[in-house]
Design a protein around this ligand. Structure first.
Ligand code: BES
Ligand code: MN
Ligand code: MN
Length: 463
């Protein structure tokens, strides 16, 4: 890796330019209007893999959005790294809160990113982080230093629950055979505190529909006598957590694996400043489950959040109406031990049971996934740790994240290997929010660090 620094220096403008082109395609998986752009993005990813040195790159149709697969097999006796990433992005709404259009990338400096950051939907999650692996491969191909076989599996449905990736994996197990799975789709603590994600939360995502009278009513003629679905939905949701912010669904915590007090103590050593945390979010205080710290609430504890709630009149001015229907989208983040299908069923049963007879409720489960935790005493983690030590000159801190990549637990189950989460994003990068961005420093640091992972992983697993 002797000339990696100079290679990056020489090519960094092009690396940024190529990512910019990819970010211009609105690959919004949730919205069927963008189906063509999904395919266009898949094709661009495929071409980039070929340019970076993959001998084979293909687009695989699924019943949903296509999967891009590429590989460079140099020696059957060497270990194989499977890189996973996603080329789809979250919808950019609300558009009016973006300082620049979400699919017209611009580079701007920020306090945290004085070297510049690329602002666009998908800049960090996950096009930018996925593309670091493509450019790392380009470097290793160029310098003839690729130390492992490499396979890429880049999907287009992560942001909508990876519905068809299981389908793809089931049909292509042999093709996907590997010794370790490498993913950059998470974050790190800060630019001078590298960390490796050792856990992800699971998820159960549900939509509820509450129906009262068979039509919208005059809120003067009927108000007070007929159940208002919006009022009732608000009450039902409020009852899902108690005064300690514990979730009240019977059985919800039964299978939660608690951390030992040593593990919690270790967690509390991670650098964290609550004042900073509050200041960055412009909140006067944090809020959450009694008995747990902010870091714990956002990683090792399960949650229940309303993601959206609507019903009745929301247009300009006032309309007096007692709406017929109310809706909400609710997500529960889950932790190791909890089975998302079981939790979904518990939610449904409980939610139906607390509805008064004045309304009927329909509970519609969306997607879900299991939590994931990885031990650090395996060659994959150790190789990643050494790679960060090399490029950051600091030992990375293992850290459980609160986010979810629901398909990760399936990878281990179906493909039998460990998943290493080398994320280079920052919490402040505004993923899923307006003005998402990715620091150019982070982008280039990722490109620099990844080749060392291959080198050390090959050394550590030598037969
Ligand atoms: N890359 C994120 C997950 C993530 C981000 C994990 C930062 C850890 C740190 C992923 O694209 C994502 O957004 N996942 C969704 C779940 C999915 C089913 C929509 C999530 O966590 O909300
Ligand atoms: Mn992602
Ligand atoms: Mn995401």
């Amino acid at each position: 890796m002797k000339d990696i620094q100079s290679y990056i220096d020489k090519n960094k403008d092009r690396f940024v330019q190529e990512l910019t082109e990819l970010l211009k395609i609105p690959s919004i998986s949730a919205d069927s209007d963008y189906k063509k752009d999904m395919l266009k993005t898949a094709k661009a990813v495929k071409a980039s893999l070929e340019n970076a040195g993959c001998e084979k790159a293909e687009i695989y149709e699924t019943p949903g959005h296509p999967v891009v697969y590429g590989e460079k097999i140099i020696d059957k006796d060497l270990p194989t790294v499977l890189v996973y990433g996603h080329y789809d992005v979250q919808p950019p709404d609300p558009l009016e809160l973006w300082d620049n259009p979400p699919f017209e990338p611009v580079i701007k400096n920020t306090k945290i990113h004085p070297e510049g950051a690329i602002f666009a939907r998908g800049a960090c999650d996950d096009k930018g982080q996925m593309y670091m692996h493509v450019k790392a491969l380009e470097y290793m191909t160029h310098s003839n230093e690729l130390a492992c076989n490499v396979k890429f599996m880049i999907e287009g449905e992560e942001e909508v629950g990876s519905e068809h990736l299981g389908w793809f994996i089931e049909r292509n197990k042999e093709k996907l055979a590997n010794d370790v799975i490498l993913i950059s789709d998470t974050g790190m603590i800060s630019k001078d505190t590298p960390s490796i994600t050792t856990g992800l939360r699971g998820l159960s995502y549900i939509e509820v529909e509450v129906t009262g009278p068979n039509r919208d009513l005059h809120s003067g003629l009927y108000g007070g006598a007929v159940g208002n679905p919006v009022n009732i939905l608000a009450k039902m949701i409020a009852s899902l957590t108690d005064e300690n912010n514990h979730i009240t669904i019977p059985g919800f915590y039964d299978k939660v694996e608690d951390l030992s007090s040593e593990e919690r103590k270790k967690m509390a050593e991670a650098p964290y400043n609550e004042e900073d945390y509050k200041n960055k979010l412009k909140i006067k205080d944090v809020y959450g489950e009694a008995g747990y710290s902010t870091l714990e609430r956002a990683s090792i504890r399960p949650t229940l959040d309303v993601n959206g709630i609507w019903g009745g009149y929301i247009g300009e001015g006032a309309k007096t109406v007692l709406p017929s229907k109310a809706f909400a989208k609710i997500s529960m983040r889950l932790v190791p031990g909890q089975d998302w299908k079981e939790i979904t069923a518990l939610f449904k049963k409980h939610f139906e049971s607390i509805a008064p007879d004045a309304v009927t409720v329909e509970v519609k489960p969306h997607h879900g996934g299991y939590a994931y935790v990885t031990p650090i005493d395996n060659p994959g983690y150790q190789a990643a740790s050494k790679a960060y030590e090399k490029t950051f000159r600091k030992t990375p801190i293992p850290q459980r994240s609160g986010g979810s990549i629901p398909i990760v637990s399936l990878f281990e189950k179906e493909l039998g290997s460990k998943i290493i989460l080398m994320g280079f994003g920052l919490d402040t990068d505004a993923i899923h929010s307006p003005n998402e961005h990715f620091g150019i420093w982070n982008y280039l640091k990722g490109i620099e660090t990844i080749p060392y992972f291959y080198k050390y992983f090959a050394e550590m697993t030598k037969k």
